[in-house]
Design a binder for this molecule. Structure first.
Ligand code: GAL
Length: 835
């Protein structure tokens, strides 16, 4: 069906010869994304390639495709590709072209968010730190130095994609690209320069001639032809700034990220589904989950400050890529239901009818074919509704839910009725995983404790300007000469810092440390000290925990002890020395970092000690060997007992660890109410637990048999509690009612070995804690065993005859919990790991 409102976006380019036969055209109108003339709604999900490994990509993409996605979205992370100006790295796990090709091979589209500012809880929002020191630069504004760098990098990425034939008109998978990111949030703070910058961004983007539309998320005044899009928990109210534009939801936050010291946020499958269904009910055309797979902030890539290493996000695929059920399955069911209406949604006319407070029936109808597709929503956050659609049937629409009605008379999905199974994953100790022999060596501080750095300045410098983020650590050292000791024997050292972590040494002795919090970055450290007559050496080690990634001028936020003041306060209060303008000596990084203690290839050059392995000693390096756990399950390190630091497996950084950052004891609940507007504090777990105790070690970091684990422990911790574990699929559960079918699937080629619970009746509890209720069908176990044991998946039809259900028992429910065992060598994941 032709639509006069289609805005053709195909830009012919003299510089490019599109591969004509394979060329894919991408256009749009307000009702559809039109790909090669086919009118579509698009389901997309974010997978950031550097938050997993190239070995994991095909598996993640496969799981996304199985979950019913049409497209994968990723940012491009400038800092990791250009760590040093004009020195690029696109190798190994940074090979984003390979990632995009993997997506293409799976037959999915790509949404490429080049940024190159990305936010994303990524260190410094993805900007390489060298930008910070370029003379005359101002980031994200109308500044010639910045714009030139941004254009060079953007062009480089675009050209790499063109060379690989990845844009749709070349036959490639990329159907949209993004420039900048949520600039609308900050534009006012940049004044007129912000306006001219964003116009320049648009022009620069268009001049790249990529042949697919550009988007600018969260930017109400995005200049045409940039499509402005919505990010948030709900976007049904959003309207693009041009009636010809498609309504696009570029970030549907499926959960939230976590900071050190915080509980783990969850967002229910029901509420995510509600948000998606409402969006399409109200004219949505494109929807992207942020994140579909969150993954891991390896190395020092976590943004911040204080963002933890795991970036699980409660996404449909968990940190390790396993299915987060029932979320993954519930959204898969939703996608299937929505796709049933794709033709009518993208071609039809729409009408809406109100059925009382908060209850709406939205009908999409194709007048030519007379086909219909309906959404029936109840956005009341407590009252369920019974809606009588007369000839089209009667429906029970629970509070805060949307029913999708095929042909407007058949409920194919309701966002609050979850049929998908629940998976519980369990941690298993790997063989010999707790029998680790530790070696150790102290971080040598002979130089810094004597105040010896590599350069001096008569002031307290800003940290990232000095380190350029080559390390988390910067030593600030000065000398104080005391002639008379009477008022200095009981003195106080006071350090005012902008964070993030401080350790203080006086005359070679550790006197203590302190750190701030995400909401309270600046802090004052005070400690009584005794100064001696003559020269006293003050050595302050300032540590950063990821640089800010969000907000106007985030890049200019001061870090470290910049400006101080650093003071010595004598016992007589009038006796205060402000050391801020003394001569300070500086040293970037740790000696162990410079000597690459973390690199197992250099292990013989380090005098690792076997005896008297210390427990609780700050500034200590630890080394051990461990066996590769058998099988293909994901591996994690349990680091409970350690303080704070960084870990490396076979020389690859698994990220920062900080298990002593424990979440508050209160604020968690066993059950999550999906009803009502979601906020990250609504539903949390992990009270009283370390924010992160387990650290992902991707299988591709491991050798065949034996591996080296090296830790740098900054605060002091106990290495003897460290253990190697794997994440195994534990019980699988599902529940359903009479006249429905319960489907359970082991996934990954495993077979069902044991039915732990089966009861049709009024079973109580949840997966992992089911209990028989007041009554049950005595055939429950036999029926379920017969249907499931020995199979990879099973369907159980809950009918009166199979379960011998009598008339009075028709309101029961079947609950099943089972175990899967054994792994099939033909499992895709096993093969990929082997390859
Ligand atoms: C958005 C941003 C994303 C990510 C998200 C929160 O504002 O565009 O990159 O930071 O917030 O996870």
């Amino acid at each position: 069906m032709s639509n006069p409102r289609i805005a053709t976006f195909f830009i012919t380019s003299s510089t490019l010869l599109w591969a004509c036969s394979l060329a894919t055209t991408v256009t749009y109108d307000s009702n559809a994304i039109v790909i090669n003339g086919e009118r579509k709604i698009i389901m997309s999900g974010a997978i950031h390639y550097p938050r997993s490994t190239s070995q994991m990509w095909p598996y993640l993409i496969q799981n996304a495709q199985d979950g019913g996605l049409d497209a994968i979205e990723t940012y491009i992370f400038w800092d990791i590709h250009e760590p040093v100006r004009r020195q690029y790295d696109f190798s190994g796990d940074l090979d984003f072209i390979k990632f995009l090709k993997n997506v293409q091979e799976a037959g999915l589209y790509v949404v490429l968010r080049i940024g190159p500012y990305v936010c994303a809880e990524w260190n410094y929002g993805g900007f390489p730190m060298w930008l910070h020191n370029l003379p005359g630069i101002q980031l994200r504004t109308d500044n010639a130095v910045f714009k030139e760098e941004m254009q060079i990098f953007t062009t480089k990425i675009v050209n790499m994609c063109k060379e690989a034939g990845l844009f749709a008109p070349q036959g490639g998978p990329i159907i949209f690209a993004q420039i900048e990111n949520e600039y609308g949030d900050v534009i006012e703070k940049y004044g007129e320069a912000g306006n001219s910058y964003i116009k320049w961004c648009a022009q620069m983007a268009v001049s790249q001639n990529i042949g697919v539309p550009w988007i600018m998320c969260k930017h109400v005044n995005a200049p045409s032809p940039m499509i402005n899009t919505c990010n948030g928990y709900y976007c049904d109210d959003f309207e693009p700034n041009n009636p010809k534009f498609p309504k696009m939801f570029t970030e549907n936050w499926v959960g939230w990220f976590q900071k050190w010291g915080e509980r783990k946020p969850h967002r229910t499958a029901e509420d995510v589904a509600f948000s998606v269904a409402r969006f399409f009910q109200r004219g949505g055309v494109f929807q992207n989950y942020y994140m579909y797979h969150g993954g891991t902030n390896f190395g020092r890539t976590a943004g911040g400050p204080y963002i933890i290493t795991a970036y699980d996000y409660d996404a449909p695929l968990d940190e390790y890529g396993n299915l987060n059920q029932p979320k993954w399955g519930h959204l898969k069911d939703l996608h299937e239901a929505l796709k049933k209406g794709e033709k009518i949604l993208t071609n039809g006319s729409v009408s809406e009818k109100k059925y009382g407070n908060s209850i709406y029936l939205t009908t999409y109808a194709n007048n030519a074919t007379r086909e219909r597709f309906c959404f029936l929503s109840n956005s009341d956050d407590s009252k369920d509704a019974q809606v009588d659609l007369q000839n089209d049937g009667k429906y029970n629409v629970p509070a805060w839910s949307v029913s999708i009605l095929q042909d407007c008379n058949k409920e194919v999905f309701n966002t609050a009725k979850v049929n998908a199974q629940t998976n519980i994953y369990v941690k298993k100790q790997a063989k010999n995983g707790n029998l680790l022999n530790w070696n150790w060596i102290e971080e040598s501080m002979d130089d810094t404790l004597k105040g010896q750095g590599t350069f001096k300045a008569p002031k307290l410098l800003e940290q990232k300007g000095v380190t350029l983020d080559s390390s988390d650590y910067l030593w600030y050292m000065t000398e104080v000469i005391i002639n008379e000791t009477s008022s200095w024997e009981n003195a106080t050292l006071q350090v005012n810092t902008t964070g993030h972590v401080l350790h203080a040494y006086v005359n070679g002795q550790y006197i203590g440390g302190q750190w701030g919090t995400y909401d309270n970055l600046n802090f004052t450290y005070q400690k009584p000290i005794a100064l001696r007559q003559g020269t006293n050496v003050i050595s302050l080690l300032s540590g950063t925990v990821g640089f800010a990634n969000y907000g106007a001028f985030f890049d200019m936020k001061d870090e470290g002890i910049v400006g101080g003041p650093v003071k010595l306060i004598g016992s007589n209060l009038n006796n205060t020395l402000d050391l801020s303008t003394y001569s300070w000596s500086y040293k970037v990084g740790l000696n162990g970092e410079t000597r690459r203690f973390f690199d197992p290839k250099l292990i013989n050059g380090v005098q690792w000690k076997k005896n008297n392995v210390p427990n609780g000693r700050p500034m200590t390096w630890y080394m051990t060997n461990f066996e590769t756990p058998e099988g293909t399950d994901s591996m994690v390190l349990d680091l409970k007992g350690l303080g704070k630091g960084q870990g490396w497996v076979n020389g690859k950084s698994i990220g920062r660890y900080w298990p002593t950052m424990v979440a508050e004891k209160t604020g968690c609940s066993d059950t999550c109410d999906y009803k009502g507007n979601y906020g990250p504090e609504q539903c949390e777990s992990g009270c009283g637990e370390p924010s992160q105790r387990f650290y992902h070690v991707p299988r591709s970091f491991l050798n065949q048999k034996s591996n080296t684990l090296i830790l740098f422990e900054e605060m002091g911790g106990n290495p003897f509690n460290v253990s190697i574990q794997t994440i195994a699929l534990g019980p699988i559960c599902g529940t359903t009612n009479l006249e429905r079918t319960l489907e359970l699937n082991c996934q990954g080629g495993k077979t069902i070995s044991e039915i732990q619970f089966a009861s049709y009746g009024d079973p109580q509890g949840n997966c992992g804690s089911f209990k028989k209720g007041g009554w049950e069908s005595s055939d429950s176990m036999t029926v379920v065993e017969g249907a499931c044991i020995g199979k990879q998946s099973c369907s159980i039809n809950v009918t009166s005859s199979t379960f011998k259900i009598t008339k009075g028992e028709t309101n029961g429910r079947l609950a099943v919990q089972l175990l899967c065992d054994g792994s099939n060598p033909n499992d895709a994941r096993v093969q990929k790991v082997k390859a």
